[in-house]
Write a protein that binds this ligand. Structure first.
Ligand code: GRG
Length: 292
């Protein structure tokens, strides 16, 4: 199967799991459930579920074992976008080509959507058709990735740094937490659905850290170069908010060179696995070559 066909099938599988594993819009409280579905379904690239499925495949996990972990990571991601868009944070009105959750519904509902999606994510993991030991490992990985030593911590660092010039090292630290932690969790959770060995997990962690940064460098380049219509979210926000980015600190050409370097390091880490990791190689290239 070529990469596009594989990706489309995995995205559809992920969409179906996300739809199936949260309450219908007619279940009380209807407005909250409608807003949760609005924020999770029918949009987004599904990069984190794709990584989870691809990593699971490397270690012999079946798609049925990966559905719930993949959906759980995407629910945490969707919650983070809903909260990030709130007026108290990034105050954005456009996400995935449609009005943000608090614009379409209201701020209190958007706050509750994030809260409820976070709980739902852990419910899904608890229900995953896996050994109890694997479930506990995954609960721990996702909790760590979402919390103050992961994504939420990275967001706090980002908010504190807004309007100030950050060093490249500080920027990298922030992104390894804000964006990288969840990407790392997606990869490792997928792997743990199968049977990885210790050394393989180390190589995989290195791979995940490289693509976490790669994802962000490309995000910065797209924010500077692509249009709002193409991105489905407000373009040019980093410069407008005077945020330090790879583009503002390095310039566009050097940011692109950095992306090329990280892409090479990610492929090299996968090569060290000594297993067929075709889909992870292809996803690495997709992260670089994407247009939104
Ligand atoms: C509110 C706790 C909390 C955390 C927010 C992830 C995040 C932390 C904020 C999002 C802000 C942002 C633009 C980050 C840059 C990288 C990123 C996560 C972009 C959006 O992810 P994509 O491109 O989005 O995977 P889709 O819509 O394709 O799922």
């Amino acid at each position: 199967m070529d990469f596009l066909a594989w990706m489309t099938a995995a995205q559809q599988r992920s969409e179906a799991a996300l739809s199936h594993h949260q309450p219908g819009a007619s279940v009380t409280p209807e407005r909250l459930h409608e807003a949760m579905r609005y924020s999770t379904l029918g949009g987004g690239k599904r990069v984190r579920p794709l990584l989870c499925y691809a990593a699971g495949e490397v270690f012999g996990a079946a798609d049925e074992q990966l559905d719930l972990p993949a959906a759980a990571v995407e629910m945490i991601h969707a919650y983070s976008l809903v909260h990030d868009d709130l007026p108290c944070m990034d105050n954005d009105r456009l996400r995935r080509g449609k009005p943000t959750c608090h614009v379409e519904f209201d701020e209190a509902t958007a706050l509750l959507v994030g809260d409820a999606l976070q709980s739902q994510a852990f419910q899904l993991l608890a229900d995953a058709p896996l050994d109890a030991g694997k479930v506990v490992t995954m609960l721990s990985l996702l909790a760590h990735a979402a919390g103050s030593r992961g994504m939420a911590g990275g967001q706090a660092i980002d908010l504190a740094a807004t309007g100030k010039t950050q060093s490249l090292a500080a920027l990298e630290f922030m992104h390894l937490h804000k964006t990288g932690a969840l990407i790392r969790a997606a990869v490792l959770m997928g792997a743990h659905c199968g049977n990885p060995e210790g050394a393989e997990l180390l190589a995989l962690t290195h791979f995940a850290n490289r693509i976490g940064l790669l994802f962000q460098v490309v995000d910065d380049i797209l924010d500077a170069e692509a249009s709002t219509a193409t991105l489905g979210k407000t373009a040019g926000k980093d410069a407008a908010q005077n945020k330090s980015t790879y583009v503002s600190l390095l310039g566009t050409a050097a940011a692109k060179a950095k992306a090329a370097e990280l892409r090479g390091e990610a492929h090299a880490a996968l090569d060290r696995l000594g297993r067929d990791a075709l889909r992870l190689h292809q996803l690495t290239d997709y992260i670089v070559d994407r247009h939104f």
